[in-house]
Ligand binder design. Structure first.
Ligand code: NDP
Ligand code: OXD
Length: 314
């Protein structure tokens, strides 16, 4: 069997090299190389070129090399075979590092101290809120949201979550569906977005939603952290909410257009922290081995792990 590695936007060679090492009995080809489409039984992809998988008539499964699968469903020619995504403890831990780091940056006002250091200004603030005074609301209590919640609680933050379905998570009040959204927002000082991008969630982070965040928190105004997908947010609304005080600050890892265009006002906004969609990078070492194991199990007749539901798109 042959595995096709079809990647745009990331370096493909380290993935092919890793797959060759962990599945020496199989052929691994890059999309840029010549290959017979009828020999391909598996495809491992990140933002593959739309329609490029359509000729793979013997394809048995597609593996997303990221946790998010919105890139797959952008392809109208996606073959109707099972799709699996990444669920990886390494990736999950990286995302929680990012979320905890940026919640603490906002709690401890680190961007302001950076500016003060540049200006050589000594301002002695004695009365800073503690993590226990701050409420973090996580939209998307899946693999990533649940781990981030645990680690935020270990730091002392008060955490609640918003999900599609109801679920019980010790120590975390869970709100579900559109019916639960306004109560969730009303008790959130720092909004952490870890939702997948689907037809239901596209553009959900808009001015209306941001106006629903708590106004009585200890940070002097609500804060947004989005590490889910750029398509979830309306950047013009984020900027207007920062301008009129609806939002105090934002940390954004993902953007409507990536890379973030050089002329975006987000780059130079004093209350916006920009990171280049690397909150949690997929690691070929861990994920290459997982996909090799998944293929082996699948070929032994076991169900594909981390299967994506095409109807829900996550
Ligand atoms: P999961 O599928 O495990 O979790 C998704 C969660 O979102 C589920 O709890 C689900 O609720 C909830 N959800 C989905 N749709 C809705 C909706 N319409 N309303 C309310 N809740 C909804 O995904 P992960 O936690 O593994 O990953 C989340 C996202 O993080 C990825 O899709 C990807 O976009 C992003 N990501 C970003 C990275 C980065 O570097 N910036 C790295 C990795 C991932 P329910 O369980 O009830 O269905
Ligand atoms: C992912 C990502 O979905 O890196 O894994 O964005």
């Amino acid at each position: 069997m042959t595995l096709l590695v079809a990647i745009n936007g990331w370096e493909a060679e380290p993935w092919a090299e890793r797959f060759r090492r962990v599945m020496p009995e199989r052929r691994v080809v890059l999309a840029a190389e010549p290959f017979d489409p009828l020999n391909i039984e598996y495809a491992a992809t990140w933002k593959h070129t739309p329609h490029s998988l359509t000729p793979l008539k013997n394809l048995k499964a597609i593996f997303s090399l990221g946790a998010g699968v919105d890139h797959l469903f952008l392809d109208p020619g996606l073959p109707a075979v099972p799709v699996a995504r990444v669920v990886d403890p390494d990736l999950t831990a990286r995302m929680s590092e990012y979320v905890v780091l940026h919640c603490l940056m906002h709690l401890r006002q680190q961007r302001r101290y950076d500016r003060q250091q540049t200006a050589r200004e000594w301002v002695d603030d004695r009365f800073q809120p503690a993590a226990a005074d701050v409420r973090v609301g996580i939209m998307g209590m899946g693999e990533l949201g649940q781990d981030a919640a645990k680690k935020l609680m270990a730091m002392g933050f008060r955490v609640c979550g918003w999900n599609r379905s109801a679920r019980t998570i010790p120590g975390v009040a869970i709100f579900s569906g559109i019916a639960g959204l306004s109560d969730f927002l009303a008790q959130t000082d720092i909004l952490v977005v870890l939702l997948p991008l689907t037809e239901d969630t596209r553009g959900i982070i808009d001015a209306r939603l941001l106006r629903g965040l708590a106004r009585d928190g200890r940070l002097g105004g609500p804060v947004l952290i989005n590490a889910g997908r750029g398509g979830l947010q309306k950047e013009a609304d984020i900027l207007s909410c920062l301008a009129d005080g609806t939002l105090r600050a934002a940390t954004l890892d993902v953007f409507e257009t990536e890379p973030l265009p050089a002329n975006s006002p987000l780059w130079s906004h004093p209350h916006v922290t920009v990171t280049p969609h690397n909150a949690a990078m997929s690691n070929p070492d861990t994920i290459g081995q997982q996909i090799a194991d998944q293929i082996k199990a699948f070929e032994q007749g076991r169900p594909l792990a981390n299967r994506v539901d095409p109807a829900r798109q996550y």
